[in-house]
Write a protein that binds this ligand. Structure first.
Ligand code: ATP
Length: 238
């Protein structure tokens, strides 16, 4: 069986700084896969390269068995790969609904887009209640919901989430993480990048630990949560 996403020997550099050092990993259809690591480990760089926003200096990226490492970013979205970026990147002056519609920019099936707006409002009712409100007035958690809702508007097969729990209260974080499980149940495959190892591994079918550009550990979410090194380095245990 081919993996939905396969990363082979991926290297990404900013000039002379090599941020990602020949990593390999895969995401199987239907799974939640977590990529954890501390600041500067290379997590965001990896996601931006998969999305086509950065180009690798070495290696291959395959989506549904097809090379995508030289495909333009907008075509990668059309192929079914969506990215909810770090810091959310919503458009503050646009309304909630306008932000969501931007997520469907690759599509012209208007009735289906309308149905997907309704699906986003079902997933996050507060977005529906405040559909006309400028997104910049939203709290961090609400903006995270909007960023996830917007990414889902392209009807992705694979949704990549970059630190969705960043800056959120524990309650809001729980809400966002339970949505990850809900989206998985609805059939979306998810690649979840997190510094919050506990939250990310609890929900992961499989996980990878990235340290200064290299994968140093991998295993099922459960295995990594009970791994001594992970517990010491990421869960703050002695
Ligand atoms: P964080 O959780 O802090 O976002 P990260 O794991 O996502 O960390 P990256 O943002 O991918 O890490 O950064 C990996 C390395 O690449 C870091 O050493 C960072 O300083 C460097 N880096 C990131 N972006 C650039 C850039 N535009 N130019 C130069 N170096 C960069």
């Amino acid at each position: 069986m081919t993996a939905l996403l396969e990363i082979r020997d991926l290297e990404v550099a900013y000039g002379k700084i090599v941020a990602v050092k020949r990593i390999s990993f895969s995401v199987e259809q239907g799974q939640v896969v977590s990529l954890i690591g501390t600041n500067g480990a290379g997590k965001t760089t990896t996601l931006r390269t998969i999305s086509g926003l950065l180009r690798p200096t070495y290696g291959e990226i395959l989506f549904q068995g097809q090379r995508i490492d030289q495909v333009p970013a907008h075509d990668i979205v059309t192929m079914g790969l969506a990215h909810s970026p770090e810091g959310r990147r919503i458009f503050p002056r646009l309304s909630v609904e306008e932000n969501l519609r931007l997520g469907a920019f690759t599509r012209n099936d208007h009735a289906a887009v309308r149905a997907d707006l309704d699906a986003a409002y079902d997933l996050f009712p507060i977005l529906g209640e405040r559909r006309k409100q400028p997104a910049g007035t939203f709290s961090g958690g609400e903006q995270q919901m909007l960023a996830m809702g917007r990414a889902m508007m392209s009807k992705p097969k694979l949704l990549m989430l970059d630190e969705p729990s960043m800056g959120l209260s524990p309650i809001m974080m729980k809400r966002i993480m339970s949505t990850v499980t809900e989206l998985q149940k609805q059939g979306t495959t998810i690649l979840l990048v997190e510094q919050n190892a506990q939250a990310a591994l609890k929900r992961a079918d499989y996980g990878y630990v990235l340290e200064v550009g290299k994968i140093v550990l991998s295993g099922t979410g459960r295995e990594l949560l009970s791994n001594d090194e992970v517990r010491k380095a990421y869960l703050g245990e002695d």
